[in-house]
Design a protein around this ligand. Structure first.
Ligand SMILES: [Zn+2]
Ligand SMILES: [Zn+2]
Length: 330
């Protein structure tokens, strides 16, 4: 099969994926082999190839927003040809303290799709059967792909931030994940304040009906109840914190931050303001979000790239030039 492969020896500067022919994965017990029909590009893929996340394998196929159809390993629940989605959580041990307490997103021995195991920048991918999700009808393959990490983890971020009906919510950064979360916030009658660097991202926020949109150095005109940060920048977390009312919460939806600047406790955190991080996702988050996405008819804007252009897709995410969500179509 054809695959886009990251070799950790090529970590930045000058990172790139190599398009190569490699053997198709062999079926293993408890797994299904999928023919990949679409794979969304996530900022985490960029963190992997840029070395922000430590390399755990000498070579790897990235990609963890996979839409595929079952071609081997079919079961009664997943007959041949079934269309399923696969996300960042590729598996858990099911046996640690976190798994036993409903927090499988924090499992001590997880596998991550497209990081600790091969992902979907390829024509085929082997995945754990119990970490596949049925997909909403009514959304085609390329439009459902960005829901699988950007959508699910964006949704989890709203939960972690504790967003309630009608609140004022800030979205700091407006890539794929935030552009999906805004629809849910609007359905909850929230006011949505967007602060983001990229001009195309600001335009997208305006077109999606944000209450207010500003540049990265601008402060929302009202004190926020909740904020979610999507940019991989500690400075942005501090800006979000500075925009909160007393008792407000910032949830950080970023697997990696450049660094956390020193900030003034008395002015920014005092008054029961809180900072929380968002780590991974549970299968329940995935099922809940996919149900909501179907109900709200969430329909992401996508920019498509053939597998041969996987590097261009990553670059579009890096430079924030992609419109909506970048999706690779093998
Ligand atoms: Zn992701
Ligand atoms: Zn566990």
């Amino acid at each position: 099969m054809k695959a886009a492969i990251f070799k950790s020896i090529h970590t930045a500067p000058g990172w790139f994926l190599q398009i190569e022919d490699v053997p198709r994965p062999q079926l293993e017990a408890g797994h299904v082999l999928l023919r990949v029909v679409a794979c969304g590009v996530c900022r985490t893929d960029l963190h992997i190839v840029e070395g922000d996340l430590p390399a755990v394998r000498p070579q790897l196929i990235p990609g963890h927003q996979i839409v595929g159809e079952v071609v081997e390993g079919a079961t009664a629940e997943l007959p041949l040809g079934t269309r399923v989605g696969v996300s960042w959580m590729g598996g858990v041990d099911g046996d640690c303290w976190y798994c036993h307490h409903g927090m499988e997103n924090l499992c001590d021995k997880p596998t991550f799709t497209g990081y600790t195991v091969d992902g979907g920048y390829a024509e085929y991918v082997l995945v754990r059967t119990d970490f596949t999700f049925p997909l909403p009808a009514g959304l085609d393959d390329v439009h459902v792909a960005p829901l699988l990490c950007a959508g699910i983890i964006g949704f989890r971020s709203l939960r972690v931030a504790g967003v309630e009906h009608g609140e004022r919510v800030g979205l700091f950064g407006f890539g794929s994940s935030a552009s999906l979360a805004i629809t849910i916030l609007q359905s909850w009658k929230c006011e949505v304040y967007v602060v983001t660097r990229g001009e195309s991202h600001r335009n997208l926020a305006v077109s999606l009906g944000a209450t207010w949109v500003g540049k990265e150095d601008e402060k929302p005109p009202v004190a926020l109840d909740r904020a979610v940060t999507f940019a991989p920048s500690g400075k942005v977390v501090v800006s979000a914190l500075a925009s909160l009312r007393k008792g407000g919460v910032v949830a950080i939806n970023a697997i990696h931050l450049d660094h956390m600047p020193i900030f003034d406790y008395d002015k920014l955190l005092w008054g029961e303001r809180q900072i929380r991080s968002v780590a991974n996702m549970t299968r329940q988050d995935a099922r809940d979000f996919l149900t909501i996405a179907q109900t709200l008819n969430i329909h992401p804007q996508v920019t498509l790239f053939p597998l041969n252009d996987a590097n261009k897709a990553l670059l579009a995410v890096k430079e924030e030039t992609e419109h909506g969500s970048a999706v690779i179509v093998p």
